[in-house]
Design a protein around this ligand. Structure first.
Ligand SMILES: Cc1cc2nc3c(=O)[nH]c(=O)nc-3n(C[C@H](O)[C@H](O)[C@H](O)COP(=O)(O)O)c2cc1C
Length: 202
């Protein structure tokens, strides 16, 4: 069989190493909020994040060595804040290394409490979930998938979809944060309607 010109442009990626450093992919970026054993608030950025199906389940991939993971095992709950592009520094600084087990930088974050669980959110994000731990699946190499059921959700009103608000205008007026893994980010303020096929079913 002859190689097509498209195939000739393909480059083999070594799968004996993690492939994810070799190209960019688009991901969300959230701050997962938990409570440390001593009662202080913890926030950690996560980009390996996804809805877990069409119902109200949320999941993210986490290293079991992170405090976020042990906090959720202990407390059974966590918050999720979706930052705006202007809040990139919150997402960055929340990954600061701990000093004697603490993350003092978090003292400078403006936060407000969750309502249904013991937890807190960063101020001025655009979307907030309160989650009860559902299940953790370990064994993805060193990492595990932590899932929760969304028991409360709130969003800034300008980010809420409404029939009278054109979607293109909404995203333009209230841009979304995209993490371009690894190590870049973008503010999305332009979008197109997806060309769904006729009579598609979910
Ligand atoms: C942009 C960004 C994205 C990250 N995404 C993840 C992720 O998806 N999963 C993860 O386990 N760690 C991720 N991290 C690393 C953790 O958030 C970081 O190690 C954090 O300090 C762990 O905090 P903790 O020990 O309080 O849980 C990310 C860090 C940054 C800066």
């Amino acid at each position: 069989m002859t190689e097509s010109s498209v195939q000739r442009r393909l480059v083999d990626i070594d799968t004996s190493e993690p492939v994810w450093e070799r190209f960019f992919t688009v991901a969300p970026l959230v701050l997962v909020g938990t409570i440390d054993e001593n009662g202080t608030l913890d926030m950690a950025p996560k980009h390996m994040v996804t809805p877990m199906g069409w119902q109200n389940y949320f999941g993210f991939v986490c290293s079991p060595s992170h405090r976020t993971c042990s906090n959720i095992e202990r407390s059974g709950e966590f918050t999720v804040s979706y930052p705006k592009p202007s809040q990139v520094l919150y997402a960055s600084l929340a990954a600061s290394p701990r000093i004697n087990g603490d993350k003092p930088i978090l003292d400078y974050f403006d936060t407000f409490p969750a309502e249904k669980i013991d937890g807190a959110f960063i101020e001025d994000a655009y979307l907030y979930f309160e989650c009860r731990h559902f299940k953790t699946v370990s064994g993805f190499g060193d990492n595990c998938l932590i899932t929760g059921e969304i028991v409360a959700a709130r969003a800034e009103s300008s980010f809420i979809r409404a029939s009278e608000h054109d979607s293109q205008d909404l995203i333009h007026d209230s841009p979304l944060f995209a993490y371009l893994a690894p190590g870049r980010f973008a503010a999305i303020d332009k979008s197109n309607a997806f060309p769904f096929p006729a009579e598609m079913k979910k």
